[in-house]
Design a binder for this molecule. Sequence first.
Ligand SMILES: Cc1ncc(COP(=O)(O)O)c(C=O)c1O
Length: 470
Amino acid sequence: MSFGDERRRPPRPAAHELERYSALFATRTGRMRSSVMRDLMAVTDRLDIISLAGGLPDTSLFEPRLFTAAMERIADGATAAALQYGPTDGLQPVKECIVQIMAEEDTRVAADELIVTTGGQQAIDLVCKTLLDPGDVVIAEGPTYPGAVPTFCAYEAQVVQIEMDADGMQIDLLERTLDQLAAEGRRPKFIYTIPTFQNPAGVSMSLARRRRLVEVARERELLVLEDNPYGLLRYEGDALPTLRSLEVPRGSRDGGEFVIYVGTMSKILSAGIRIGWVVAPRPVLAKLNLGKVSSDLCSSSLTQHFVAAYFANGDWREYVNAARETYHVRRDAMLDALAEFMPAQARWTHPHGGLFVWLTLPDYIDTTDLLARALREHVAFVPGEGAYDDGRGHNAMRLNFSSVPEEQIREGIRRIAKIVDEQLALYGSLTGRHGAAPADDAANELTEELAPVLELPRRSGEGARRSRPA
Ligand SMILES: Cc1ncc(COP(=O)(O)O)c(C=O)c1O
């Protein structure tokens, strides 16, 4: 069955059309920006493109019979309720499913400490809506989730990004930044982090840093927004505790005070059902709930019923295990292809889970320009700039390995590597410098044992162009 051409997008307004309305727009619209990933979807939906750009789970792994069984269960006993409005904070059976999912990562939460949201994305939006005034500081990792940057911008936040290394956000740098901000009389509203299999860098925050971050939050009475869509998609290594579980250990009767936790069904069940959740200290949760009333009244009753029916029908972990096995093989295919095709000047991360590899090229390569070339070769990636709010990331790219099969991953990487080679050769012939390496050539020597991730891109004087307007 076809639902028509999903690629059709509303046409962009012409300048003279925009002009007519410009006096009406709220000031904040001046800071609104699109998400690179969303923009790219219009192109990457095309069947002739190998897209390593999305962050899409492979929903073809979900067996149609499970879908039918869940829908039949709804039809048998809950048709009217599934077609009705529901409570703003979500249906109780769905909350109970969420409690189970979080327990899988040893994270204790009570059903009344969370609200069901329309994806994790809405949870991030609600947190911003609840906490941010224009000009407020948000701390994030550098690079950060490209889909969060437009949200922070829409609420006119100032985003301060803390560099990462193989062990995630550098907490000593964070503390120094907090001191500097305090000296200016500024206090961030929250610290946004994706500690496990970070999007886009693919790295995880070490246990020591997790512990320290929770301490820092407590000592300085700061909120941490822990975003954890990928924690259950681990392909190697031992599980690391969530920040929430470090703040509220098992057996504790207290709720959390400083960690707001965001989760989602998108990567472990379905992105299309748009069901996520947020756990927060009670006073914050009450405000988030008010924010949700004005956003959408409630998340879809139909898809919440789908979740409840799916969990009631069988073991939800089976699908997660199947997805994990497939993504593991695809991750290996991507790492193998990168090793085979990429020139020595390229460096990339070695994720232990999640969906992404972050690749860094020499400073003189611009991946936004490179993408235009790549699309002509029918392959796509996310240029690194979208993962920063300060113009950095121009020489990096995010590569996704979950949504296409191994042979396409290999072919996609081969094509990207060929374009990179051409750009390096062009640079060499223009400057006489052949085989010029990134500033930190030593990083190319890194082995798997030394580090699963290489130094993340740093903006240096000359390369620091295209800064975004504040
Ligand atoms: C880090 C992160 N947070 C939030 C989201 C939003 O996910 P959703 O709204 O589908 O739950 C994503 C999606 O890729 C993500 O990678």
